[in-house]
Design a protein around this ligand. Structure first.
Ligand SMILES: [Zn+2]
Ligand SMILES: [Zn+2]
Length: 337
């Protein structure tokens, strides 16, 4: 099979390798669609926990071609989305239902070979059948599951005014989900007008260009600030000023992935005096099945979030394009027949 193998940081090779053998509790999945995520870029650049050589890709969906003897309820021909997270279920955190902090955490496309290959060996607990959405849509279930976990923690309340920084694929998933939770209005900030237009089409009440005057514009729109502010940029300077847009007793959800060494300056007095809550959200904690339901019911519209599709052979250029900050929305690898 063809696989995109990161041999070491910054060295990606497209090579023919044997189709993976499956264990009795695994299924062999023929990948149909595999989204490229910022995390893939971090792995490519050597900035994550991965060991090499590695096939990245943790947002993928495909068709089962073979099942191990211990896999029940799935058969060749089933369309599946794959939860990349593999939990041990017996460590300190797993026993307390905090599986995303599993001390033996593994993930397809992060610590094990993932979806940038024609076939992937997938443990049975990672398989989720999809029936009423397409496989390119199913490849969005993983990022949606991350968004669901973030919002489960941030818990928007009925009537809340929400502000989202960043109108990339993640910001626009947050937008659509926030609208589903009974919030009164969602405002979206981004540098790019094409993204803001898409945000409007997907239901944003207001869009604000990040043109250097956005703080002022937002203060005019919401003098007291917003009940929930979500950062979906991963830019430390944005997170720093996002806190100033949270109204008293409101919440800031830090969702975008900032560089590990980055630091920001905040006032502890302000957090105390204004009753603020700062919330983090890492990956997925058993929210994949919910995301399958949301995708299958049409709760979110993800096809407009695809900036471009490409064959597996286009992955090296796509990663360089993302590294240069030039990628349009979500890039998705789609395999031919
Ligand atoms: Zn991702
Ligand atoms: Zn564990």
């Amino acid at each position: 099979m063809l696989a995109a193998i990161i041999e070491r940081p910054h060295h990606l090779e497209l090579r023919r390798v044997p189709v993976p053998d499956i264990k009795p509790d695994e299924a062999l999945v023929k990948v149909a669609a595999s989204g490229i995520c910022g995390t893939d870029l971090h792995i490519y650049e050597g900035q994550f926990i991965s060991r090499y050589p590695l096939v990245a890709g943790h947002e993928f969906a495909g068709i089962i071609v073979k099942t191990g003897a211990e896999v029940e309820g799935f058969a060749p021909g089933d369309m599946v989305a794959c939860d990349p997270s593999i939990y041990c279920e017996h460590c300190y955190y797993c026993l307390r239902n905090r599986q995303n902090h599993c001390e033996n955490w593994q993930a397809l496309g992060v610590t094990r070979w993932g979806g940038f290959a024609e076939y992937v060996a997938v443990p049975k607990q990672c398989l989720h059948k999809v029936k009423s959405c397409s496989l390119p849509e199913a490849a969005f279930i993983e990022p949606l599951a991350c968004v669901v976990w973030g919002l489960e923690q941030a818990r928007p309340e009925l009537g809340d005014q929400v502000l989202i920084y960043g109108a990339g694929a993640i910001g626009l998933l947050h937008l659509q989900m926030a609208l589903r939770t009974g919030t009164s209005a969602v405002t979206v900030v981004d540098k790019r007008t094409d993204r803001l237009e898409l945000a409007s089409r997907l239901g944003a009440a207001r869009t604000v260009p990040a043109d250097g005057h956005e703080d002022h514009t937002l203060k005019e729109l919401a003098p007291r600030g917003f009940s929930l502010v979500i950062d979906a940029t991963g830019v430390p300077a944005v997170v720093e000023k996002a806190l100033g847009q949270v109204q008293n007793a409101g919440k800031l959800l830090i969702f975008g992935v900032c560089p590990q060494q980055a630091r920001i300056s905040i006032s502890p007095y302000e957090i105390y005096r204004r009753d603020l809550k700062i919330i983090g959200s890492f990956a997925i904690r058993k929210t994949f099945a919910q995301a399958v339901d949301l995708m299958e019911s049409g709760a979110v519209d993800v096809l407009p979030l695809i900036g471009r599709t490409l064959p597996l052979t286009g992955l090296p250029d796509a990663l360089e394009e993302m590294a240069a900050g030039k990628a349009p929305m979500k890039l998705q690898v789609q395999m031919g027949e």
